[in-house]
Design a binder for this molecule. Structure first.
Ligand code: HEM
Length: 504
């Protein structure tokens, strides 16, 4: 009996301890600060979790969700909360978001939750900071700019598009998200590792990759058999597959070079060799072997889910917007009419796809592929509040963002803010003819020194896919299958579409 009461007592003490950690510690630590104050808000009642569950409550990604709605109307666009085990400043304000992203490494630092590090690995670009991040990022930017406009790169995206669309010819209905994932995975695996879907290494990586993705969005419990533990293991397997591919590539390189030396000139194989990310990566001497492997994983991860969900959103929104579809058809028909029947698309063609870019921008704004980012304040930061930004009064009237607190810039609230975008809850690609596509109002790929290096690759993939889709198919979607922010975006039923193949 005594043991029973002991357990109950310990439970109560534990609960109170957590509550203290949650509620009072952050404020006690602030008590002696001389300036300003933290924004208004509440920490919630759940020990350690605070308001995390309410914050993560699923909602259509085309609205900001009831949690942010309520908080913003009660406390304004910047408020305090307790999320992901930490006192947090949530920013739904475009100026503050911009300020946070532009001050990476100086005032703020990327800070994804620890369980994510467990899966991505400590060398992932989303986890590293400072000089290591700069080194990895430089390589990423160079790789993308070297490959993006190469004819083989574009040729491969188009070939993969045609393979997917060809497999739909005799189908009346498909689950679009599955097809889009197949497409983006094949593109990125080919782009990064030079593998085609038919090769067994590609199929093995895909299988491990799906386990990896399931773990990324699961409860972070490292107990054998849980999705999280399986994902950590899958990551180790993908790493060793990539290492094996690197080893094999080096061996082939050695054979080719030896042949070149014997023949005294370039061997035919080395001339025909297609350049992929890995080929360039192997020649980079500023990265260790483990960093190269981690880099490959980042590219696979970055290029897979986000791009496929963007494709699904475009297909979903365009199905409900006949005017956008007509304009898309006209644009792609005009591009095709200047080419021979099966002539591949070029970078110049891509640059002619102006309305298509408007559709992509609008899907990114309205659909919000990435809802928010994770940051941490490196020092105490004072930031003027919206009402006083242009007001040069001598009294300080702003926020304090305390050192060590988590900071979450919310991207979707800026994209759906009626004071920034007119009629924000309407899908209207034409707004991009009038509106600036850069700056603080539109940041679907983040900003500052962590801005997405794969944005153009994603745009090319969607544009090429649309080029063939609108010319060969008509499609309709079910009304109730909407993009939902979990907060990672998914269509509940995988976006079932009904197809009509146009006989051309
Ligand atoms: C619709 C498609 C995409 C969206 C919406 C998207 C969005 C983003 C966002 C918002 C960030 C910033 C993360 C942060 O600041 O914490 C980011 C970073 C990143 N993305 Fe993308 N992305 C997309 C496609 C891609 C593709 C195709 C690739 C790879 C080829 C890629 C690779 C990366 C990498 C490596 C980073 C980390 C950059 C760094 O930390 O410096 N992304 N992405």
């Amino acid at each position: 009996m005594a043991v029973f009461w002991m357990v109950i007592l310990m439970g109560i003490v534990g609960f109170l301890f957590c509550l203290t950690l949650n509620h009072f510690l952050p404020l006690l630590l602030l008590k002696n600060k001389k300036f300003g104050d933290v924004p208004r808000g509440s920490f919630g009642y759940l020990p350690l979790l605070g308001e995390t569950l309410a914050f993560l409550n699923p909602h259509p990604s085309t609205n900001i969700g009831s949690f942010l709605q309520e908080k913003c109307s009660r406390y304004g666009k910047v408020f305090k909360s307790h999320l992901f085990f930490s006192p947090t400043i949530v920013s739904c304000d475009q100026e503050l978001n911009y300020f946070i992203l532009q001050n990476e490494d100086k005032l703020f630092e990327c800070s994804y939750p620890k369980p994510i590090h467990g899966i991505l690995g400590k060398l992932s670009m989303l986890c590293v900071v400072g000089d290591t991040h700069k080194r990895l990022r430089n390589v990423a930017i160079n790789l993308v700019s070297t490959t993006k406009s190469k004819p083989e790169f574009l040729k491969h995206i188009e070939k993969t598009t045609l393979q997917v669309l060809d497999s739909w010819k005799d189908k009346k209905q498909i689950i679009f998200c599955q097809e889009a994932r197949k497409f983006t995975f094949n593109v990125i695996v080919r782009q990064v590792l030079g593998l085609s879907p038919e090769q067994p290494e590609g199929a093995k990586i895909l299988e491990d990759f799906l386990t990896f993705m399931r773990g990324l969005i699961s409860l972070p419990l490292y107990i054998p058999g849980t999705p999280y533990a399986n994902a950590v293991k899958a990551r180790i397997r993908i790493s060793s597959s990539v290492k094996q591919i690197i080893k094999e590539r080096r061996r082939k390189e050695y054979v080719i070079n030896s042949n070149d030396n014997i023949c005294g000139n370039m061997n035919i194989n080395s001339q025909e060799k297609e350049i992929d990310f890995l080929e360039i990566l192997l020649g980079v001497d500023t990265l260790s072997e483990d960093e190269k492997v981690s880099f490959v994983l980042d590219a696979l991860l970055g290029g897979y889910e986000t791009t496929s969900i963007l494709m699904a959103m475009v297909v979903h929104f365009v199905a409900k917007s006949p005017t956008a579809l007509e304009q898309l058809k006209a644009e792609h028909h005009s591009i095709r009419s200047k080419k021979k029947k099966d002539e591949p698309l070029t970078w110049e063609d891509y640059k002619m796809m102006g309305f298509t870019q408007n559709v992509i921008n609008e899907a990114l704004r309205y659909g919000n592929v990435v809802k928010f980012l994770h940051r941490k304040a490196l020092k105490d930061i004072k930031f003027k509040d919206a009402q006083n930004r242009n007001n040069f009064c001598s009294l300080w009237s702003g926020y304090l963002i305390p050192a060590g607190w988590k900071v979450l810039p919310i991207l979707s609230t800026v994209h759906l803010d009626p004071s920034i975008h007119s009629s924000p809850l309407e899908f209207d690609p034409c707004r991009w003819e009038r509106q600036d596509q850069t700056g603080k109002k539109f940041i679907p790929f983040g900003g500052g020194s962590r801005c997405c290096p794969g944005s153009e690759l994603a745009r090319v993939e969607v544009a090429f896919f649309l080029h063939h889709l609108v010319q060969n198919f008509r499609w309709s979607v079910e009304d109730d299958d909407q993009p939902i922010a979990y907060p990672y975006v998914e269509f509940k039923k995988g976006l079932v579409i009904k197809l009509d193949h146009l006989a051309l």
